[in-house]
Structure formats: structure tokens, C-alpha cells
Design a protein around this ligand. Structure first.
Ligand code: HH2
Length: 272
């Protein structure tokens, strides 16, 4: 049995993003070459990331998804190159997760919260991996069309609680799971900031909260560009620090050094 996730990833912990994709909004194309991706991952770990999140499928609004074969072709060489280093696999596909776990990945980051592939829960349970369950309304292709909620925070909390119960029913220990409100996944700018403002309602679920606001378009939009597709590193850091103060544990970010420095300072202010 692994250590509980909250011990393995003591807060604040930084997860560095490595998108092995041609089309991600903020770093699309930069790491499409496996050697470049592995080099980026090593740099992010050297900058203080607790883990790097390797993904072969963009989930940006409007994206279509890729086949299992293509996703494997993208991520396997990178995982092989990162053997022995702390890696998370950003996938909803059981076959991709299984290969990644064989190659040493320790966490499965599933943006569908075990709704995408009926085989994935079994793979995570059998391999004893850590798991991130994320909230998303709709699917990437259409999720930003007109997202609506009764009460976004209550709705997301109810969903995450239900998916946590489901994961545990499939044999995944609760101590291996973290939860994520899914910033930007079927949410308006106001929904995203409401979720961060009321993060205590999500930490009340009793599991560590992972937040991925880094470079997301909501940050660009509040700077005055209604068509923004990304936000800056500085805006990302500002949001992350306040999410930390409100109880977030893990931060999925592109600019690792900046987040590690800011969160170290934030921790010194908060901790006794
Ligand atoms: N955001 C993205 C991808 N995976 N996983 C979790 N758990 N939480 C997130 O907020 C999250 C995620 C999307 O961001 P990015 O990786 O920058 O872009 P893309 O999906 O275009 O590859």
C-alpha cells in the first residue's frame, strides 16, 4: 500500500505540465517531440515540481480527442525517457494508463473522473496507483458553449463526492484519491472564480484538492481581453497562492519555478 496521497504530496505540492500535443493552448507544440518533452519534464522537476503530468491528448475547448494508438505513440517514448522519475499520466483511457503505470507512473489524472472508460477504475485499483478525479460539465468539444449551474460550487461538490464514492466502490482506496474542480471545463469566468473563492466547500469533502488554473483563459479574460486563450504566469501564481490559502493542496502548473517560489513564501506566511 502506498503512503496516503496527502503524505506523498504534502501541501503545497506542484505538478508540472508536459503536454505532448501539437494543439494545447499554452504550450501546444513545444513538447510534441519526445526528447523535448522529456527535457522539459526534467527541468520542471529540477525547478521543484513534486511530479510531472504527461498528457498526449489536448482537452482544450473545441478539441476532438485522439485515438488510443496515437495517444500511446505520443506518451510512451516520453515515459520511457523519464523512467525512475515521478510521473503522472493525464489520460482517460485504460490502455494508456496501464502502459504508463507499467513504465513507472504513480498517478492517473483522469479529467472524466472515471466516466470515460469503464476499464480505467480496475487498472488504477489493480496497480495501486494514485488517482485525480476532475469535474467537467459536458465534453471538451462543446463544454464552453453555454455552461450553466444551479449553484456551481454545490453542483461540483456533489459530483466529486459521488465520483469519490464510485471510485472507492471499485476498490480504489480513498487515501489514494485527490479531487479537482476542473477550472475551465464547462465553466464561465465567474464560475471558475466562484469555485476558487468557495474552495472550503470542496476541501470539506475530506480529500486533497488539486487546482489547475495555470495559464487558463479566464486569467487572460479578466485582464481585459475577452478573446484571451491563455493567461500569464504572474496571473496564474496570484490565483494559485489564494487557492493555497483556501486549502488547495496540489497545483497543476506550467511555470514551476515561479509557483514553487510563491507557494514557499505563502507557506511561510500561513504556517506557524
Ligand atoms: N487542465 C487541463 C488538462 N488536464 N487535469 C486536471 N486534473 N486539472 C486541470 O485543470 C487540467 C487537467 C488543460 O490544461 P492544459 O494542459 O494547459 O491544456 P490542454 O488541455 O489544451 O492540453
Amino acid at each position: 500500500m502506498n503512503a496516503p496521497l496527502e503524505q506523498r504530496f504534502a501541501r503545497p505540492a506542484v505538478m508540472g505540465v508536459v503536454n505532448v500535443t501539437p494543439d494545447s493552448f499554452s504550450d501546444g507544440g513545444d513538447n510534441f517531440d519526445p526528447e523535448a518533452a522529456a527535457e522539459t519534464a526534467r527541468r520542471l522537476l529540477a525547478e521543484g515540481a513534486a511530479i510531472v503530468d504527461v498528457g498526449g491528448e489536448s482537452t482544450r475547448p473545441g478539441s476532438q480527442g485522439v485515438s488510443v494508438g496515437e495517444e500511446l505513440r505520443r506518451v510512451i517514448p516520453v515515459l520511457e525517457a523519464l523512467s525512475g522519475l515521478p510521473v503522472s499520466i493525464d489520460t482517460a483511457k485504460a490502455e494508456v494508463a496501464a502502459r504508463a503505470l507499467e513504465l513507472g507512473a504513480e498517478l492517473v489524472n483522469d479529467v472524466t473522473a472515471l466516466r470515460g472508460d469503464p476499464e480505467l477504475a480496475g487498472v488504477v485499483a489493480e496497480q495501486g496507483a494514485y488517482l485525480c478525479l476532475m469535474h467537467m460539465q459536458g465534453a471538451p468539444r462543446t463544454m464552453q458553449d453555454d455552461p450553466r449551474y444551479e449553484d456551481v460550487v454545490a453542483d461540483v461538490a456533489r459530483f466529486l463526492d459521488e465520483r469519490l464514492t464510485f471510485a472507492v466502490s471499485q476498490g480504489i482506496p480513498e487515501e489514494a484519491i485527490c479531487l479537482d474542480p476542473g477550472i475551465g471545463f464547462g465553466k464561465t469566468v465567474e464560475h471558475n472564480f466562484e469555485l476558487l473563492r468557495r474552495l472550503d466547500e470542496l476541501t470539506a469533502l475530506g480529500r486533497p484538492i488539486l487546482v489547475g488554473i495555470s495559464r487558463k483563459s479566464s486569467l487572460g479574460k479578466i485582464m481585459g481581453d475577452p478573446d484571451a486563450r491563455t493567461g500569464t504566469a504572474a496571473a496564474s501564481v496570484g490565483a494559485a497562492v489564494l487557492a493555497y490559502e483556501r486549502g488547495a493542496s496540489i497545483f497543476r502548473v506550467h511555470d514551476v519555478r515561479e509557483h514553487v517560489e510563491a507557494l514557499t513564501a505563502a507557506r511561510a506566511v500561513v504556517a506557524k
